[in-house]
Design a protein around this ligand. Structure first.
Ligand SMILES: *[C@@H]1O[C@H](CO)[C@@H](O)[C@H](O)[C@H]1NC(C)=O
Ligand SMILES: *[C@@H]1O[C@H](CO)[C@@H](O)[C@H](O)[C@H]1NC(C)=O
Ligand SMILES: *[C@@H]1O[C@H](CO)[C@@H](O)[C@H](O)[C@H]1NC(C)=O
Ligand SMILES: *[C@@H]1O[C@H](CO)[C@@H](O)[C@H](O)[C@H]1NC(C)=O
Ligand SMILES: *[C@@H]1O[C@H](CO)[C@@H](O)[C@H](O)[C@H]1NC(C)=O
Ligand SMILES: *[C@@H]1O[C@H](CO)[C@@H](O)[C@H](O)[C@H]1NC(C)=O
Ligand SMILES: *[C@@H]1O[C@H](CO)[C@@H](O)[C@H](O)[C@H]1NC(C)=O
Length: 617
């Protein structure tokens, strides 16, 4: 305490030299300002740093272009406009939006300098690429949590909504896909080239983000283009909303927008020319109206996320992406509640984002899997209590971490388990000074050490001496504090076990079973309302076809050699309602509880099945 006071006293009075408040980038100089944390630590703040040319006029819907050089000293003491958004979904509307928004903001410790460079955290904001901004965080918290602790925090903007995801359906020729992710990468290149001017060490670069920003941290982490262009050392991934979208969604929305703007035309080029002439506010108003009318698009926010497309994301599937781990360490986690909001119910939220979790394992029958899962859950056949959106978050955390661990780097996984506030964004109140709530004594303590974990990881590579990295038992750090019961953060095994078991272990088998069954010509029709197969055609040993009208729940495909050969070809599958009840009913997924259909039609435990039974795959 005494030492702290003395340090504070020492620092008060010693202001930074005026010269330190002007950063000299290769594009021009920028005037920042000085601020201090509660204990008097001096920090420097630079706002509205242009990292690309304003994407306006002819540059609307174009890839980001290098910023022009400027003469004199640019004023970096105020935020620039936020990127275009006006969503009904966000609880934090922006005061000032404009298409001219590609700026970044820097918060850096007073002692970081070109001679003494500090680790850099690049923070990507959330908001599903539709809202929130690089300018809406709480400066006091950013100074307290990051800059005064010896790092350089950079918050870059990227285009949102129609400015970032618009398409005329030409596969990216007239309007490149993933403009907003290109903005983000462009920002990283600027940081790589200019960080030293602000006191940042480009060779110690951590990408961090929450929600959609967490997904950006993963996506840029795994993008081959990013790997070629900007070396990154660490990723911090908080509650990631990771998804690749169907291009159809953005095409549908864009087409509707074109129609409302009066620009529909048979030639794409003419259509685009017409759209280029519309003002930003006019298009934003159309987007807003469409959002108000179209709740089917999800939670209200309109334009979808990222397309799985080169050059940023030249993958065929998530499994392919996750086999090519970047050489980085990762700290990733989720809150225990995430999207399990009590006011929503599973009927409403199922599939609301088209977030079929089967996509994470590259399943072909994602909709069927989702329905099956939903059926099992709502009918009480498994104990899973999390909604699909929450599970999508756990899966993204898990897959990114596991991939990086298997690539030989370290993965630090956490679950924010504080019972009092543990929903999506609640932990940001400890880190970014937003989504605030009144903290109880236990939560006040969390506010003290939680940010340290992120800082420690950034600065030293390890969040805490007590926190061990992920292993084959999916070890994670369970973060909660309750002084009464003496509950403190501790290591536990099996991060989100039920979700991982179902989607990563059972779902791929069921998916193959559905595919093979269909390929064999079985008349499988998925009954969405019942969540099972309708009118399943089973063949008996004599080749007789029996139509069953019961809804069947798939179990596990078995292939036994003593089936008549035509049966082998025409599929062997499946299982009945009765089996289904056992099956998959057990969320612990111990293999001996899995049942399959034996040749005589009775279920047999999987451990009695000959080994070759599964070799079909
Ligand atoms: C956002 O939309 C509302 C409702 O249409 C409108 O009143 C408001 O002016 C819009 N704000 C901006 C910044 O466009
Ligand atoms: C900003 O964060 C600080 C704590 O870091 C808090 O005391 C303050 O109330 C926050 N300000 C706003 C406007 O939320
Ligand atoms: C859940 O949502 C559906 C669709 O909006 C509604 O019909 C149903 O009553 C809701 N159930 C509960 C328990 O709120
Ligand atoms: C952060 O790291 C320091 C140095 O290793 C350690 O003393 C401290 O306990 C760590 N903080 C937390 C919250 O574990
Ligand atoms: C789930 O499927 C079973 C039949 O297998 C059916 O009886 C039940 O109504 C379904 N439940 C839901 C919630 O769809
Ligand atoms: C299956 O049910 C439908 C009506 O739901 C009925 O028309 C049909 O005859 C039934 N098929 C068999 C084989 O029982
Ligand atoms: C669900 O959990 C309860 C309590 O832990 C247990 O008794 C029950 O068998 C479980 N049900 C299933 C289907 O796993």
């Amino acid at each position: 305490m005494i030492i702290r006071c003395i340090t504070a006293l020492c620092l008060v009075g010693i202001s930074l030299a005026q010269d330190d408040l002007i950063a000299k980038t290769s594009k021009g100089s920028i005037q920042g300002y000085e601020s201090a944390s509660f204990d008097g630590t001096r920090v420097r703040i630079f706002k509205a740093i242009p990292f690309a040319r304003p994407p306006v006029g002819d540059l609307r819907w174009k890839l980001p272009v290098e910023a022009q050089k400027w003469e004199g000293v640019k004023d970096g003491r105020k935020y620039a406009a936020a990127c275009m958004s006006n969503s009904t979904t966000s609880s934090s509307p922006q005061n000032w939006v404009d298409e001219d928004c590609l700026y970044m903001n820097v918060f850096v410790h007073g002692e970081c300098s070109e001679a003494k460079k500090c680790p850099i955290i690049v923070y990507f904001h959330g908001g599903g690429m539709n809202y929130d901004s690089a300018t809406y965080f709480n400066d006091t918290a950013l100074v307290e949590t990051y800059a005064s602790k010896g790092v350089m925090l950079v918050i870059p903007a990227f285009r949102l909504g129609f400015t970032g995801q618009f398409t005329v359906g030409d596969d990216g020729e007239l309007i490149p896909s993933n403009l907003n992710m290109h903005d983000a990468l462009f920002g990283l290149k600027f940081i790589r080239d200019e960080a030293a001017a602000f006191g940042g060490d480009k060779d110690d670069l951590t990408l961090m983000g929450h929600s959609f920003g967490g997904a950006m941290s993963i996506l840029l982490g795994f993008s081959p283009l990013r790997k070629m262009q900007v070396p990154v050392q660490k990723l911090i991934v908080m509650s990631p909303g990771l998804s690749f979208d169907d291009p159809e969604l953005n095409l549908r929305l864009s087409t509707e927008m074109i129609k409302r703007a009066g620009c529909t035309h048979a030639f794409k080029k003419v259509m685009l020319d017409c759209m280029m002439k519309k003002s930003g506010p006019e298009l934003l108003a159309i987007q807003r109206t469409m959002e108000e009318e179209d709740h089917a698009a999800g939670d209200g926010a309109l334009f979808g996320g990222i397309l799985m497309r080169g050059p940023l994301f030249p993958f065929k599937s998530f499994p392919e992406m996750f086999t090519k781990a970047p050489k980085v360490d990762i700290m990733a986690g989720s809150t225990i509640g995430e999207m399990d909001f009590p006011e929503t119910n599973t009927t409403v939220t199922r599939n609301s984002f088209g977030m079929y979790n089967g996509k994470f394992v590259g399943a072909r029958n994602v909709e069927e899997l989702d329905n099956l899962y939903y059926n099992l859950t709502t009918s009480g056949k498994n104990n899973q209590t999390h909604l699909p959106e929450s599970q999508a978050i756990y899966l993204a955390v898990y897959l990114a971490s596991r991939s990086i661990m298997q690539g030989g780097n370290k993965a630090y996984v956490y679950s924010f388990d504080q019972p009092t506030h543990h929903m999506h964004t609640d932990d940001l109140s400890h880190l970014m000074g937003i989504h605030l709530f009144e903290k109880d004594e236990n939560e006040k303590e969390i506010s003290q050490f939680y940010p340290q974990l992120f800082l420690n990881f950034t600065k030293y590579g390890t969040p805490s001496p007590r926190w061990k990295s992920m292993n084959l038992k999916d070890r994670y750090y369970s973060i909660a504090v309750d002084h009464e019961t003496k509950r403190y953060p501790e290591m536990r095994d099996f991060y989100q076990q039920e979700t991982i078991d179902f989607w990563l272990r059972k779902a791929p088998k069921i998916d193959k079973m559905i595919t093979v069954t269909r390929a064999a010509g079985a008349n499988l029709e998925w009954d969405k309302t019942k969540g099972g197969f309708r009118d399943l055609v089973l063949e008996d040993g004599e080749g007789e076809r029996q139509k069953q009208n019961e809804t069947l729940i798939p179990v596990l495909l078995v292939h036994t050699s003593y089936f008549p050969s035509f049966l082998l070809i025409s599929a062997v599958f499946l299982l009945g309602v009765a089996l289904g009840r056992y099956l998959l009913a057990d969320s612990t997924s111990r293999e001996e509880r899995m049942w399959i259909l034996g040749p005589d039609g009775r279920g047999i435990p999987v451990d009695k099945v000959p080994a070759y039974a599964e070799q079909m795959f």
